[in-house]
Design a protein around this ligand. Structure first.
Ligand code: SF4
Length: 434
């Protein structure tokens, strides 16, 4: 049986797509093996969101050729889309596919074997108008299944290369989404995480009335077996009052939003070409809290954006502290060639970026602990995902708090009531009530 190995860089969307491609290989009789072992085909699903991810993509391409110099190496994804020529020059690369045509990956690899020549299949993505269906399979490693419903982004934030790598907004047809959600329910998945590059714009390209994100959530919530629906990420301005009000009424909707902030200072937001002010962002968070008092809000922040002064950073710091997020993902700014921000004047020194990152990471740890503290003594539902090295089980609440509890039997993929007893360093410890 031929063997294929995957290495995936970047976001959950990439992970989802790697799983879907692995499924295509399996259907053709391939065995999917670990990347570190000798395989006949290596697939490197690349990322270009930072220079570091692009560097790592190149490193893994070379590593695949080292593990088995006779293997076929296929390079796919965002970095391949943007730098196909550069990648095709790397010794050992046999197939280059961008962010389109991944559904043909097995044919392309087998063609490269037959013809004994390199195949580069990278097309202009900016004119692409349809969602590429790769396979009806989601990310199925845990108890939560990721379900991709949307591709592309039209926002062109000044630091972001994604619109150039993934093209414009394309929405997956509703029937196809529901079919996959039903399959996931039949396989026993209780939680579905809706994912995409710019989820809130779902339906904008479909033209017809009534086709929007809320409708997707409504339809999935009608599927028996699916107990939870979560959004991977959503932009602040897409959280309108009516939308949040409807979500709050849906029993299966998880009270957790990941809303990228990037900066809490208006002048920086403007240079980033983000389309909201700090005040508008705060307004949306307050609206969510009013309708879902137990909600957790996580976010992304970029520090050291070109020209970010100490005063601008302090505004961001104060904004984050006062808004009371649950957790922050902090990214020191890294210029991406091809984006407007890469050419902006006044780069911030590395040491200053590190110092600002450190301060925000410390703040994030404090905010997280404070948030969890409020739930001590309460009973919450936890979907248990995995056994720990200590023999206990770990899982997540609907509002994304990690909870550990002891159990006498296997409680993997069980949704159980837990009373929260202790606030540990990065999670809560509770007692199962049944
Ligand atoms: S909204 Fe901005 S940061 Fe997010 S994918 Fe689109 S361009 Fe990139």
């Amino acid at each position: 049986m031929p063997k294929v190995a995957f290495y995936t860089l970047g976001c959950k969307v990439n992970q989802y797509e790697s799983d879907a491609m692995a499924e295509l290989f399996k259907e053709r009789g391939y065995d999917v093996v670990d990347f570190e072992t000798a395989a006949d085909v290596y697939v490197i699903n690349t990322c270009s969101v930072t220079n570091e991810s692009a560097r790592k993509s190149r490193q893994m391409i070379r590593k695949a050729s080292r593990i088995n110099p006779y293997a076929k190496v296929a390079v796919v994804g965002c970095y391949a889309q943007l730098r196909s020529e550069e990648i095709s020059q790397i010794p050992g690369v046999d197939v280059v596919i961008g962010t389109k045509d991944r559904r043909h990956i097995v044919d392309l690899v087998e063609d490269a074997v037959k013809r004994q020549e390199q195949i580069v299949r990278v097309q202009d993505i900016m004119g692409e108008r349809t969602f590429e269906e790769i396979a009806f399979k989601g990310l199925r490693q845990k108890t939560r299944a990721f379900l991709k419903i949307q591709e592309g982004c039209n926002m062109f934030c000044s630091y972001c290369i994604i619109p150039y790598a993934r093209g414009p907004v394309r929405s997956r047809p509703m029937e196809s989404i529901i079919k996959e959600a039903q399959e996931l329910a039949a396989e026993g998945f209780k939680e579905v995480v809706l994912t995409g590059i710019h989820l809130g714009l779902y339906g904008h390209d479909l033209g017809g009335k009534g086709i929007h994100l809320l409708e997707v959530i409504r339809r999935i919530s009608q599927i028996d077996g699916i107990k939870r629906i979560r959004l991977s990420s959503i932009e602040a301005l897409e959280l309108t009052e009516e939308f949040v009000e409807e979500l709050a009424l849906m029993e299966k909707f998880c009270h957790h939003f990941h809303i990228p902030l990037q900066s809490g200072c208006d002048s920086v937001l403007k240079r980033m070409n983000r389309r909201y002010t700090a005040a508008q962002f705060r307004e949306r968070v307050e609206c969510i809290r009013e309708k879902m008092p137990d909600v957790s809000v996580t976010t992304d922040v970029i520090v050291g954006f070109p020209g970010e002064t100490q005063e601008e950073f302090e505004k961001t710091f104060d904004f984050i502290r006062d808004t009371g997020f649950y957790r922050l993902h902090v990214f020191p700014f890294s210029p991406m060639e091809g984006t407007p921000a890469a050419k902006m004047p006044k780069p911030v020194k590395k040491s200053i970026k590190e110092e600002r990152s450190r301060r925000l990471i410390n703040l994030s740890q404090d905010l997280e602990k404070d948030f969890r503290q409020k739930f001590l003594g309460q009973t919450v539902e936890v979907l248990f995902e995995q056994e720990t090295d200590m023999g206990t089980y770990e899982g997540l609440t609907g509002n994304y708090m990690k909870v550990e509890a002891s159990a006498r039997k296997n409680i993997h993929n069980k949704l159980l009531p837990v009373i929260l007893r202790e606030n540990a360093s990065d999670h809560l410890i509770g007692e199962i009530l049944c």
